[in-house]
Design a protein around this ligand. Sequence first.
Ligand SMILES: [Mg+2]
Length: 305
Amino acid sequence: MTYSERKDERAKLLIVDDNKQNIELLMELFRDDYKITAAVNARRALKIALSEAPPDIILTDILMPEMDGYELCRKLKGDSKTKNIPLLFVTAISEEMDESRGFALGAVDYITKPFNPLMVKARVKLHLELKRKQELLEKYAFIDALTEIPNRRRFDEVIDQEWNRAHRAGYSISLMMIDIDHFKLYNDTYGHGMGDDCLRRVAGTIAEVLRRSSDFVARYGGEEFVVILPDSDLSKALDTAKKIQDKIDALDIAHQSSLAADHVTFSIGVATMIPEDGKHPRELIEAADTKLYEAKSSGRHCIRS
Ligand SMILES: [Mg+2]
């Protein structure tokens, strides 16, 4: 879970210093505001940063035996799992310091000792706030603003991840393309406000049917949705498609201009593949798309595979 999602919890601060007195000094300062973990060397700090419960922010000393603060920073910034954790250097003013080097490595700030406690607290708070905002920005970049389900951009990422996972594990992966029948006529008849409501309800309904955490739905474009079902053979995928179709029928959203039924319905194309060397997820998307086209050209309100 990201920092921005853990609203009720205190932020986790990791203090790295080979001098225990320095650690105690900082712990004293932040004890009331944060959950603190300390590491007496960079190796230990890396282990904590890569653990299941990584810190939200890191304060590190520079001069340490074996691995120094710069090297720690370089390692953290070079790993996708830890690169977004803000890192601040804490160092004595008397020590040889190379600020530009630290910033070039990706550190966000320097705190020099002796420090003003209020200033240090304010800086840490500021960097946590920036991190929270950054996480929110990234989150919304992958969410469709209207339906609040993942968008096409997110789909492009997830399909690659799931395809590779299925490839490694040797299981099949299914893809479903879903299109609302005669949606243009729906908008023409009921107006775009109602059209937007319809898209939201439909998106929510598809998401509701998908029970497994690995199942994924995104808005693919206009009135088109795409569903990824990892580790699903064709019969399982068809089962899910049928559930989605039944559920949308049961909603019974009036659509008097539809040529397929008197309510909002779906055309659904389903395809399944076992990823192999030389195959690309694009082939799976195209296969599902072809089946969707077949569903549309055979009267809509149906599933084709
Ligand atoms: Mg030191």
